[in-house]
Ligand binder design. Structure first.
Ligand code: GRF
Length: 220
């Protein structure tokens, strides 16, 4: 079996993608090891789920704003605290799984990879990007009357949900009667797509390709 790549999971909520990744590790499909689960919410269920699996989990509070402080500086102070929490058992990749914060230069800079030409930070988004970036994407696909919805795994940059696309999977939502039904189908897709994409990304069998005014990541 290949060496297990240390990863940290950042999550703000329920943690079903964390569970899918950990299951893929437990089954031997994904050669990785979760060093730490970090949440910016003290009551995030993902923290308890991680502890129940024996995985270290930490709440790192969003700091109170200092007088006259810019949003970027506040974000970087939070990210410094996250980096300090990660330092005990340094991960190679940061895996975002329902992390409800935009990343800043502190964290992205610390994981910047000169060979990859990007940061080793990856996210899953519940839409076929570039459609429906931002929040409530399954609901918006449903409300828009889309015939298909999907999920995207992408590298993370400073923009919102716009880093290089690694993998996508679409599914029909023609038969769905509610946004909740779309989300249920979507989460099942995510739980397959994320571990599968991580398996080649973490092993380094990947390259960032330049397309017309864009980048994407393909398996090599
Ligand atoms: C998922 O839909 C993911 O795509 C999005 O946030 C949701 C997190 O769900 N980024 P969970 O916390 O992993 O269950």
């Amino acid at each position: 079996m290949s060496a297990r790549v240390p990863i940290a999971v950042l999550a703000s909520g329920r943690g079903s993608n964390f569970e899918a990744i950990q299951s893929a590790i437990d089954s031997g499909f994904l050669a990785a090891r979760i060093t730490l689960v970090v949440s910016d919410r003290a009551d995030a269920p993902v923290l308890e789920k991680a502890k129940a699996k024996g995985i270290p989990a930490r709440y790192v509070a969003w700091p109170a704003a200092e007088a006259g402080e810019s949003p970027a500086s506040r974000r970087n102070r939070h990210e410094s605290a996250v980096l300090a929490a990660l330092a005990d058992d340094l991960p190679r990749w940061i895996v975002l799984a329902g992390y409800m914060r935009v990343l800043g230069t502190e964290l992205l800079g610390a994981f910047s990879d000169p060979v990859l030409g990007f940061s080793r930070v990856v996210n899953i988004h519940p839409a076929l990007l570039p459609a429906f970036p931002g929040l409530e994407s399954y609901r918006r696909a449903w409300e828009h009357g889309c015939a298909v919805a999907g999920a995207t795994v992408h590298l993370v940059g400073e923009g919102i949900d716009d880093g290089p696309i690694c993998a996508q999977e679409a599914f029909s939502i023609d038969g769905c009667r509610s946004a909740e039904e779309v989300e249920k189908l979507g989460l099942a897709v995510e739980h397959r797509l994320y571990p599968r994409t991580l398996s080649w990304l973490l092993s380094g069998r990947c390259a960032v390709e330049s397309r017309r005014a864009r980048f994407c990541v393909r398996q090599t």
